[in-house]
Ligand binder design. Sequence first.
Ligand SMILES: [Mg+2]
Length: 224
Amino acid sequence: MLILTDIEGTTSAIAFVKDTLFPFAEAALDGFLDARGAEPEVAAILAEVPGPDPRATLRDWMARDVKATPLKSLQGLIWRAGFEDGRLRGHLWPDVAPCLSAWHAAGHGLAVFSSGSVEAQRLLFGHSVAGDLRPLFRGFFDTRTGPKRDAAAYAAIAAALAEAPAGMLFLSDVAEELDAAAAAGLRTCQLVRAEDGTQPSGRHPEAADFPAVARRFGLPLPPG
Ligand SMILES: [Mg+2]
């Protein structure tokens, strides 16, 4: 079986982005611009920020959670620096890495489908609380492949991985994403994590954590 997994609310706390990543970027903004504002990649982003004082505009966007492209680009660079120098670690619920490792060791394929960019996915799993998990995965997919609530995205992922949809299991906390995966022929399981306050939809098999997924779908459990 190939297990395709969502990140936020499935492998990782929904609050990680809001409570860790966004405040980190806000706190690190001035130091990052002081150190690297003259680098061509950073200067090009700053040139896209309107107003007489780009820092003031960026701070205003952050305060109001404006999804402006220059801000998203800059946050991506700040997060990359933070992951690479160890100030940030990608959150995973403690049950996740042992199960992913056990499933991989037993020959099951693993892949990620998240609305976060593929680069952000690779940073989170490459610098996770459980170490570098990137070698476990056969593929990383984001919304460039298609919207998560669109069945065509799951068909495209199956094709990209050369897997039959019926041989794939999609894990997510969001019922509408699972509906789309089921419409494409994938098996589905809703992660209903109490810590994230997930509400069960009643439309898909449910599991409170990854060991519960393993028991439900006949996947191996971690040793011990
Ligand atoms: Mg999710």
